[in-house]
Design a protein around this ligand. Structure first.
Ligand code: NAD
Length: 283
């Protein structure tokens, strides 16, 4: 028998953490193709959006990868469709996004996982390498935002992806500079799009294992990387995608313009000279 004098206040949707937060909504994921057997961030985002009830537009330049994601979602009873795109071209991006919006009516969530390259020092690299890193990591996110905004509903959300390489005093690489730009683009876009009710957030990805990392790393390097993580475990694409899901739903309705590090606590401080270093467990 409910207490009439002191009713339990459960009227807010946030009181149910397991709600189908994206039911009836559309999510577009750039780089959402399943790019390898280890899985990748874009695929994991697309899958979680589907599991949260959304219909999913899978935007990818690799048609076979995009078809794998769509097949997985369709087999699971969901609704997804491939939209071939090259985010290095504004025309291609605008065409694909417009086609996705037309197919599904409008866009509520737009996420991108696309990035990479340019992991060499700024000293001794070609201008083409510099431009490519900025094009792939930063301009691609900008192109996607510009193409998507007119099709997005009020209350929509955009999620971008940067990297731990963008923080601290690490070496200057075009990749890290471009990812730092993604973070600034995110906070700026959040301010600009706030009057439209669109939230924009970024996930700063730590050292995860997945298709992206496996392309440039052997097992020895992987183990060194794991030990450099404060929690001593490596993350995977699901760690990133579940943060993206949270930021994409009304569970995060009051969060915008943020850069969320999903990185196992960041780098472990192993320097013996650092204050408090002797309190860290050695292994
Ligand atoms: N793995 C790590 O340790 C790590 C660390 C920090 C940041 N990150 C970031 O995470 C992201 C990696 O995400 P992922 O796992 O989804 O990557 P992924 O490279 O496995 O997948 C990217 C997808 O994007 C598609 N794609 C690439 N270029 C494209 C283009 N020009 N147009 C359209 N589609 C294109 C690919 O076909 C692929 O399906 C990158 O932004 C990377 O910088 C990764």
């Amino acid at each position: 028998m409910p207490n009439q004098e002191f009713p339990v206040p459960l009227t807010d949707p946030l009181a149910d953490p397991r709600a189908q937060w994206l039911a009836g909504k559309t999510a577009a994921v750039a780089g959402g193709g399943l790019s390898g057997p280890l899985g990748n961030v874009g695929f994991a985002m697309a899958w979680l959006y589907h599991r949260a009830g959304a219909q999913v537009a899978v935007l990818d330049r690799d048609n076979a990868a995009a078809e794998r994601t769509v097949a997985a979602i369709t087999e699971d009873g969901g609704n997804a469709k491939v939209f071939e795109v090259d985010v290095l071209s504004q025309e291609s991006t605008s065409t694909a996004v417009a086609a996705a919006a037309e197919q599904f009516g409008s866009l509520d969530v737009v996420a991108t996982s696309i990035g990479g390259g340019g992991a060499t020092s700024v000293f001794g690299l070609s201008e083409e390498e510099w431009d490519r890193a900025f094009d792939l990591n930063l301009k691609s996110a900008w192109r996607l935002m510009v193409a998507s905004e007119p099709h997005m509903t009020n209350g929509g959300a955009i999620v971008t992806v940067s990297s731990g390489a963008a923080e601290g005093r690490g070496p200057a690489m075009p990749y890290s500079l471009a990812k730092a730009g993604v973070e600034k683009l995110t906070t700026g876009a959040a301010a600009t799009l706030a009057p439209r009710g669109i939230r924009v957030n970024c996930i700063r990805v730590g050292m995860i294992w997945g298709a992206f990392a496996a392309r440039g790393m052997d097992e020895k390097m992987r183990e060194i990387r794991r030990k450099n993580v404060a929690l001593q475990t490596e993350g995977n694409p699901w760690d990133i995608a579940s943060a993206a899901l949270f930021l994409s739903t009304d569970q995060a309705r009051w969060i915008s313009g943020q850069v969320l590090s999903v990185d196992g606590g960041g780098f472990a401080i192993r320097s013996t000279g650092a204050a408090g270093a002797d309190t860290l467990q050695k292994n």
